[in-house]
Design a binder for this molecule. Structure first.
Ligand code: CP
Ligand code: NVA
Length: 305
């Protein structure tokens, strides 16, 4: 293992990532064997944004490993206002064995990691959503039987999720094609990282503004909300800009005939995806959501054991 925080998928080697995904699959198959792996350990959950899946999967996940969680709502800590980030980190260090944080600025997650000795897990920042990407690649492996060379298309906003999908896709040797409106591409630093790192695994990352080009013959079609948490004020403008990027049956028809549709959820039907697609046989979004639980149990074991 190259480091003991889980801030970004890019911080880990291909072997580490694949190892955690394989372990997640084993945990899913035989959960009872893992029931005492983190016995008595406490995981603090800091949330500055809403959550359904992340909160429930970490809470249930640590419990299923023999530990327990301490939930801290946005108003409980008031990070950086009521108390400085280093002081929050140094206090939690003395009381819990792990820390998951969902916050706005990515720097807050990095600062918590820097100032604490316990493992810090990124449960989503404005920059990335690494736990989601781990569950997503686990789902793709389960459904498609391979990751190397897998054609994974993402249509929509070049956001936090897009960044983590690029990180994971590069490490796992996937062929990642993304279509975003002009001006909404993933961050240049992520694309530069992908360019430098993809040779090692044979991965390919291609960015286009044309959704049909991105989806052509895809094994997996992925989309996410058009306005992420914290961008509510832009939601109306984004609805118009992103309309041509809606994943509907016409767009899905360009993918491979056995393509799966995935979405990290929450989803807005008739915005980024039509009900017809997300509620179709091709959609595996609830299997994907379940895999958050198993993937994060594997992550917690590797970090906290
Ligand atoms: N996909 C995801 O992270 O869901 P929540 O925002 O509900 O945690
Ligand atoms: N990009 C979305 C993901 C939600 C799980 C957001 O940040 O709101």
């Amino acid at each position: 293992m190259t480091r003991r925080d889980f801030i970004d998928v890019s911080d880990y080697t291909t072997e580490d990532i694949r190892g955690m995904i394989d372990e997640a699959i084993a945990i899913k198959a035989r959960p009872a064997e893992y029931a005492k792996r983190l016995e008595g350990q406490a995981l603090a959950l800091i949330f500055e944004k809403p959550s359904l899946r992340t909160r429930v999967s970490f809470d249930v996940g640590i419990h299923q490993l023999g530990g327990f969680s301490v939930y801290l709502a946005p108003t409980d800590i008031n990070l950086g206002v009521r108390e400085s980030i280093p002081d929050v980190a140094k206090n939690l260090d003395r009381m819990v064995q792990g820390l998951m944080v969902r916050t706005f600025s990515h720097q807050i997650a990095l600062d918590l990691a820097e100032h604490s000795e316990i493992p810090v897990i990124n449960g989503l920042t404005d920059f990335s959503h690494p736990c989601q990407a781990m569950a997503d690649y686990m789902t793709m492996l389960e459904k498609k039987g391979r990751l190397e060379g897998l054609k994974m298309s993402y249509v929509g906003d070049g956001n936090n999720l897009a960044h983590s999908l690029i990180h994971g896709g590069v490490r796992l040797g996937c062929h990642v094609r993304m279509a975003t409106p002009e001006g909404y591409e993933p961050d240049a630093e992520v694309l530069e990282w992908a360019e430098a790192e993809s040779k090692a695994t044979g991965a390919k990352v291609e960015i286009t503004n044309d959704p049909v080009v991105a989806v052509k013959n895809a094994d997996v079609v992925y989309t996410d909300v058009w306005a992420s948490m914290g961008q509510e004020i832009e939601a109306q403008a984004r609805r118009e800009i992103f309309q041509p990027y809606q994943v509907d049956s016409d767009l899905m028809a360009h993918a491979a005939s056995d393509a799966i549709f995935i979405h990290c959820l929450p989803a807005y039907r008739e915005e980024e995806v039509t009900a017809e697609v997300i509620d179709s046989e091709q959609s595996v979004v609830f299997d994907q959501a379940e895999n958050r639980l198993h993937a994060q149990k594997a992550i917690m074991i590797r970090l906290m054991e």
